[in-house]
Ligand binder design. Structure first.
Ligand SMILES: C[S@@+](CC[C@H](N)C(=O)[O-])C[C@H]1O[C@@H](n2cnc3c(N)ncnc32)[C@H](O)[C@@H]1O
Length: 361
């Protein structure tokens, strides 16, 4: 332990992940400009040429390799402009992913060079994300048991170990045929803030059903449950009574009225039990590895304010984008797969008032 005013002689941590060919070449394939494909205003396609740049909507869906797109964004004024990055990259699963089972190849997650080539893909991209992130911003990196332990070390290196806010476990449960180990039923989401000054709003579960079931309704239609008055001063008691917040039971005891609209449920911790999208769910689009909107709602709600800019550089079917849109946050989505972009574009044009530009590299 180091006493007050003493200087620590401990050197800075130097434990880093190494692999063959590790380099921080962030250049990738350069692109000089993005081509404006279409503009969508409130669900309708508009001729891009008919709109001057200042009239184009702030949200963008971009088709291309994210390394090129991020470099382009950095060179066109987006450095440190993004408030929240959520990514759900390939997990190093060794599989190919098809829409609705076998219809069309959405993307590949096979790596001929093994883990080295996977890490060589993700490392420079995470560095570019740090450059795009505002000083007050945060990043959520969604992975699983395949490569999560490596990714966490990279994130420590890039964002600083002290900036890890949470290792979130997304528990989705469900049946499994596996009998040789415990069924694998969770993903991990590493949540890092870029610096000390970041946005975080605690999240609360809905009020428990048993409280709703036993609630009574007051003459104004407000739901309430009765509680002990507890140890309070006479002054406080009179104050509550004058507000109609205490009542006398048939046995002559005083009880307190607790209105449900003034209560919050339990605070959400770092294990998030949210079901995966079931085969009958309305939000299901047939995109493999599509994530539930409820998961993204929680990410966006805890780490942003209305108007903050959200980016997803592996956006797939656009889950984070549609949720950002519905929560009043401008967004940027990037994916290299034609299938993903087509599904995300349809989802966004169908959805809520979405206005965005579709760009390609
Ligand atoms: C796990 S999926 C994302 C799913 C998404 N979260 C959703 O809810 O639909 C990963 C996505 O990363 C995309 N991807 C992989 N490598 C990429 C790259 N270098 N640049 C852009 N997108 C990439 C794939 O095409 C795929 O759509």
């Amino acid at each position: 332990m180091v006493g007050k005013g003493e200087k620590s002689s401990r050197k800075q941590d130097s434990a880093l992940l190494a692999w063959n060919g590790k380099s921080s070449n962030k250049a990738g394939i350069p692109i000089s400009s993005l081509q404006l494909d279409s503009v969508y205003l409130h669900g309708n396609a508009v001729d891009p040429a008919s709109l001057p740049p200042e009239k184009r909507p702030p949200c963008k869906l971009i088709k291309g390799d994210n390394i090129a797109v991020m470099n382009h964004l950095l060179s066109t004024g987006w450095k440190e402009k993004i408030d929240l990055i959520y990514i759900d990259p390939p997990f190093w699963s060794g599989e190919d992913y098809y829409t609705n089972g076998e219809e069309a190849l959405a993307y590949k997650d096979r790596w001929e060079g093994g883990i080295d080539s996977y890490l060589a893909m993700i490392f420079p991209r995470l560095q570019l994300m740090r450059d795009l992130l505002a000083e007050t911003g945060s990043i959520f990196v969604h992975v699983d048991w395949h490569a999560g332990h490596y990714i966490k070390l990279l994130l420590d290196e890039i964002f600083g170990r002290g900036n890890l806010r949470n290792e979130i476990v997304w528990y989705y449960g469900g049946p499994s045929p596996v009998k040789t180990s415990f069924p694998r039923k969770h993903d991990v989401i590493y949540y890092y803030a870029k610096g000390k000054d970041f946005t975080f709003s605690p999240q609360y579960a809905p009020i428990k059903q048993y409280l709703r079931d036993r609630a009574r309704t007051d003459p104004n239609g407000r739901l309430w449950v009765d509680q002990n008055v507890g140890k309070i001063t006479a002054r406080k008691f009179n104050e509550l009574a004058s507000e109609g917040r205490v009542f006398k039971t048939k046995t002559g005891r005083y009880r307190r009225k607790q209105f449900l609209d003034e209560m919050s449920g339990d605070m959400i911790d770092d294990v998030w039990a949210i079901p995966i999208i079931n085969s009958q769910a309305n939000e299901r689009l047939g995109y493999p590895t599509q994530k539930p909107e409820a998961l993204l709602q929680r990410v966006i709600a805890c780490a942003t304010k209305e108007g903050d800019i959200i980016a997803d550089f592996f956006c797939g079917s656009g889950t984070s984008l549609i949720v950002a849109e519905s929560m009043g946050r401008p967004w940027i989505g990037v994916d290299s797969s034609d299938v993903a972009i087509s599904i995300a574009r349809d989802r966004l044009t169908r959805g809520i008032e979405a206005s965005f530009t579709l760009e390609t590299t």
